[in-house]
Design a protein around this ligand. Structure first.
Ligand SMILES: Nc1ncnc2c1ncn2[C@@H]1O[C@H](COP(=O)(O)OP(=O)(O)OP(=O)(O)O)[C@@H](O)[C@H]1O
Length: 241
C-alpha cells in the first residue's frame, strides 16, 4: 500500500466499482486538499454519486484505495466506517430526507443531539445555521409545512451544524429554483471556506462548478478532465457565514 500525500485530506487510488454487473467507476484516482472545494462533474450515470459514496466510506470499491487524513478507509470494518461518517463527514443528498415527526430545528440539530449535546445549545447552533440559510423563521415547523426548497435548506443546515471535516454534497441544489440556487450554493461554499471545511460537490451544472476551487470530470466511470477554477471565481463570495 502506498501512503497518500500529507496535504491531501482525502485520497483515492484506482477505484473500480461495478453496479448490477456494469462498471460504475473504472480506475478513478484523485486527491482532495484540506479546505479545498472540489467539484465532480459529468453527465447522468457517469459515476459522480458512486465516487462520493466511495470517498465517504458508504461504499467499498471492489478494487482500489481510499484514505482519509492518512488513514485507510477501504480496510475499515462497517462500524468504524459508520463512526467516521458520523463524526467527521457531512452528507447532502439531492432530495431532503428529514424526519417527519421532528421540526426544522430538531432535524437540523439531529447530528448534535445524537452526539449527546444538550438540547438548548444544540437548538442555538441549529437556529443560527437555519438563519444563515434564510429559514430561521421555519425553525418550529415540521417538514410537511415547508416547501421542498425550505426542506433542502434544513437538510443543508444539518450537514453544517457539526462543522465536519468534509462535506459531500450530491447535487445539493437540485430541488431549488434557479434564483435560490446561487444564494444557497454561495452560502454553502462560503460556510465551508469560513470554517475550513473541505467539500466534494457532485454536479452537472457548470455554474455550480464555477464556485469550486477545482473540477474533476467523469465520463462513463472514468476521470476525463481536471481544471482549476480561474482565480477570483471560487473565492469571490463576499457573504460571511
Ligand atoms: N444503487 C445502484 N444499483 C445499481 N446500479 C447503480 C446504482 N447506483 C448507480 N448505479 C449505476 O452506476 C452508474 C453510475 O451511477 P451514479 O449514480 O454514480 O452516476 P451519477 O453521475 O451520479 O449520475 P446522476 O447524475 O444521475 O446522479 C450508472 O450506470 C448507474 O446506473
Amino acid at each position: 500500500m502506498v501512503a497518500p500525500p500529507d496535504n491531501d485530506v482525502l485520497w483515492a487510488r484506482a477505484l473500480h466499482v461495478s453496479r448490477n454487473g456494469s462498471p460504475a467507476l473504472t480506475g478513478v484516482s484523485l486527491g482532495v486538499q484540506d479546505g479545498e472545494i472540489l467539484a465532480v462533474t459529468g453527465p447522468r450515470g457517469s459515476g459522480k454519486t458512486t465516487l462520493l459514496q466511495c470517498l465517504s466510506g458508504q461504499l467499498v470499491a471492489r478494487q482500489g484505495e481510499v484514505w482519509f487524513n492518512s488513514t485507510p478507509v477501504h480496510t475499515m470494518g462497517p462500524l468504524t466506517r459508520e463512526r467516521l461518517r458520523r463524526d467527521r463527514f457531512g452528507w447532502i443528498d439531492p432530495e431532503p430526507h428529514l424526519v417527519p415527526e421532528l421540526n426544522a430545528w430538531e432535524n437540523a440539530a439531529l447530528p448534535l443531539l445524537l452526539r449527546g449535546y444538550a438540547n438548548r445549545p444544540s437548538r442555538k447552533v441549529a437556529v443560527e445555521w437555519l438563519e444563515r440559510l434564510d429559514v430561521g423563521d421555519c425553525a418550529r415547523k415540521r417538514p410537511h409545512a415547508l416547501t421542498q426548497a425550505e426542506r433542502q435548506r434544513v437538510a443543508i443546515t444539518r450537514a453544517l451544524v457539526t462543522e465536519p471535516t468534509v462535506i459531500f454534497a450530491d447535487e445539493p441544489t437540485a430541488p431549488l429554483h434557479r434564483a435560490d440556487r446561487t444564494h444557497v450554493l454561495r452560502t454553502l461554499t462560503t460556510a465551508a471556506r469560513t470554517h475550513g471545511i473541505t467539500m466534494v460537490l457532485a454536479t452537472h451544472d457548470d455554474a455550480v462548478a464555477a464556485l469550486a476551487d477545482r473540477t474533476v470530470s467523469l465520463l462513463d466511470g472514468r476521470r476525463v478532465h481536471a481544471a482549476r477554477t480561474p482565480d477570483g471565481e471560487g473565492a469571490a463570495c463576499s457573504l460571511s457565514v
